[in-house]
Design a protein around this ligand. Structure first.
Ligand code: CS2
Ligand code: MG
Length: 405
């Protein structure tokens, strides 16, 4: 049964933030949705899709998901990179969505069916100081979460990654045509983080899973020190300790500490993490299903990880759309070594623009049983919120040197 692609359109919308969506339509009138959001570089992926991939999609058989992936990855001389792989990921998600809709099945059934009933989720808690952070943790526990990522302000710094000020929910990208500049001080962070996380453990007791993200800011030696200092806190994981480009340094960190390590949200292909996985330097691989080329490629990364007892735990921030979250959940329900799903959640207006079948209940997520991925973009509503430039901040050390954000 073939189904010919007759249209491929890119839709930009900015309900609470910017999202890039690919809409693929077949000759039998089936619509597949793909997410292509790359925070702060949205227009580059939109152009890659509109100018280079969309024209080639017209006339192709929508059912040939793997062949289309190979055509855009292997067939093209210029491989990998966040822009290319997000664009390929969007196409892949849209085609899996179509395949599910044509079959009348949720995508997880096409991936082999459920290996679990539901997917453990973690969400973000943050506070400027420890009492504020503990209130935020309590609020997440009241909503049933069994796993919480804890981030707090650092004495002496005015802004810290992942920590919100006041009532508005945390959104890393700031509106405007230039990134905001922040000051970062690793020594101050390292003096503070172990005490702060020990207070959270003390507060929640032994059973709640606690996570923490160092956002790629430490040297291998600093990372090893932090990992060791946090061993009594019994973290579920310590995330992104060092800049992710250099896989080899994680071996040094791993040799120094038994704190579980997770990394990978900025990776795009299996090549970025193959040494980390086969060398067992990490415990969890965090590649985002869309940023790593879609379900078709992410499942290869997760299968490799399974051989080495590395858990799959994809990136799920609010800066990829509910379409990516749904794809992650379908893959997660069918993947034996899937460990946990990040679930920052969305603003109510984002949930209205992207109507979704996935559900959250008592600490767990489920992708739902609607055919395909189970997310539909409300195009009329989306059109009311035009693209609005926004960038992630950049960071400088106290002496003005640019550092990792
Ligand atoms: C983060 C992200 O979710 C995470 O673990 O590290 O919030 C990350 O900062 C953003 O996705 C960047 O766009
Ligand atoms: Mg992270």
């Amino acid at each position: 049964m073939s189904s010919m692609i007759v249209a491929a359109e890119v839709i930009l919308t900015s309900p609470s933030r910017n999202f890039v969506t690919l809409k693929v339509t077949t000759d039998d009138g089936v619509v597949g949705w793909g997410d292509a959001t790359l925070n702060g570089r949205e227009l580059a992926v939109a152009s890659y899709l509109k100018d280079h991939l969309a024209p080639l999609l017209i006339g192709r058989d929508a059912q040939r998901v793997e062949d289309t992936w190979q055509y855009f990855y292997r067939g093209v001389y210029w491989r990998r990179g966040p822009v290319t792989m997000a664009a390929i990921g969007a196409v892949d998600l849209a085609l899996w969505d179509i395949k599910g809709k044509l079959a009348g099945q949720p995508v997880y059934q096409l991936l082999g069916g459920a290996v679990r009933m539901r997917i453990l989720a973690y969400t973000h808690a943050s506070g400027w100081d420890t009492p504020e952070l503990l209130d935020s943790v309590d609020e997440k526990l009241d909503r049933g979460f069994l796993a919480v990522r804890a981030q707090s302000g650092v004495p002496g710094l005015d802004t810290v990654y992942g920590v919100h000020h006041g009532e508005v929910s945390y959104e890393p990208a700031g509106r405007g045509k230039r990134p905001v500049e922040e000051t970062w001080d690793t020594a101050a962070y390292l003096r503070h983080a172990p005490t702060m996380l020990a207070a959270v453990r003390e507060h929640v007791g032994p059973e709640i899973a606690l996570l923490h993200d160092a956002h790629h800011r430490l040297t291998p030696n600093q990372a090893a020190r932090l990992g060791k200092a946090l061993e009594p806190v019994d973290l579920f994981w310590l995330e992104d300790v060092t800049p992710a480009e250099n896989q080899e340094v994680l071996r040094r960190v791993r040799e120094q500490t038994t704190t579980p390590l997770a990394i990978g949200e900025v990776f795009n292909t299996i090549w970025d993490c193959k040494d980390l996985i086969t060398g067992q330097y990490i415990d969890y691989i965090r590649t985002c299903v869309m940023h790593a080329g879609g379900i078709s490629h992410a499942r290869r990364i997760f299968d490799l990880a399974a051989l080495y007892q590395v858990g799959a735990a994809p990136h799920g921030p609010s800066d990829v759309s509910p379409i990516t979250l749904a794809a992650s959940l379908h893959l997660g329900l069918a993947t034996p070594n899937f460990a946990i799903q990040e679930f920052m959640g969305y603003e109510p207006i984002d949930d209205e623009v992207f109507r979704h079948d996935y559900t959250y209940k008592s600490g767990y997520l489920h992708p739902g049983d609607a055919p395909g991925l189970g997310v539909e973009l409300d195009e009329k509503l989306a059109a009311r919120y035009p693209y609005n430039p926004a960038y992630l901040p950049v960071a400088r050390k106290r002496d003005g040197t640019m550092t990792d954000w």
